[in-house]
Design a protein around this ligand. Sequence first.
Ligand code: UDP
Length: 417
Amino acid sequence: MTSIQDYVAVTGENVIDRLRQLARPLRGTKVVHVNSTYVGGGVAEILSKLVPLQKDLGLDARWEVIRGEEAFFQVTKSFHNALQGVPVQLWDGVFKVYEETGAQNSEELRSTLEEADIVIIHDPQPLPLLRSCPNRKGKWIWRCHIDLSHPYRPVWQYLRKYVMEYDASIFSLADFAQPLPHIQYLMPPSIDPLSEKNMDLTPEQVQATKLQFGLDPARLIMLQVSRFDRFKDPLGVIKSYRLVKSFAPSLQLVLAGGEATDDPEGAAVLAEVRNEVGGDKDIHVLLLPPDAHVTINALQRGADLVVQKSLKEGFGLTVTEALWKGKPVIGGDAGGIRLQIVNHHTGFLVKTPEGAALRARYLLRHPDKALEMGRIAKELVRQNFLLTRNLQEYLSILVALIYGDQERIELQLKAAP
Ligand code: UDP
């Protein structure tokens, strides 16, 4: 298991010293993160790295996952779609399923949550837990990872009533902030540079992965890594690949994805993708297990073109992961992708499959430029989107919420012995 000391090699001693200083007044603080899945998607990816490091810094941190039936996840997926702007059809009993599952989960989690100094609820699925914890002693934060720039009003008005009862919210970017009666923090997510997903790999490992999945290492590879979700626009990626292939005939497309246990729409979207692929042997749809981190790492390192053509995107960790590997990314002009793709410098922002194809042609024809953009891309991630920065912000928010009404707190200048 990695410890906070291991990150000195990536960030330097100062950053880690500062984390230790910030964590000192929080030693023993009971922090509980709650979300709705241990695997699949960006939130699980972040929590699996963040929580152990919070513990290593002396916090009493834990991660709980709510459970629910298929009907509950259908409801929460439709809420997710609605919050990202889709005018979903709500059916009879939709709110009842949501509220009842919240109440059932609170039976199991109540004592942990009521005892906690800080509870961080990730995304809308576990939002109702707060109402079932009348004796809560700590502060509760709603951490929203979704693109909430233009929510479908009827659903947001309903969920907002729950959010209003929290002590604070955290959004990934300013565009997502909402009129709420409490303090709102802005904090983009991050990747773990030492994880299997992002660690360095040898060229042999990359080559072996290509062969393992039937890719021809001598030919060009275009890649999108994503859950099979319409917001990720996999059909748009296929369209764009077909356009690029007309001038780069050796191109192969890899759509690598897996299932998230809290996403019931994946199978339907996967079927749409397979239908669109038809008999094209140069399109590889890879359904990967949730622990295929090294595989995804190798695919990202081995790709000649990385795309993330999302139509809506809370942040887009897959973009960060590719940028960290020195790849300029062709990304949808949406949500958190805009924070990461500095147009023409770390990649290209696109709105259409045609736009993506045009930029792909540019990168293929200008390999030196692509290399230079990749160098800038990695630096952008080092400065802004590593887990250590995220940890520092979490610690600062915790200090602010717990010690906010004191005039000052003392941060030790030297790390604890
Ligand atoms: N991911 C994965 N396996 C897959 C698809 C995605 O491990 O089959 C990972 C991906 O590498 C990234 C995260 O899941 O770390 C997806 O996060 P992102 O913010 O891009 O999208 P989300 O799924 O949260 O909408």
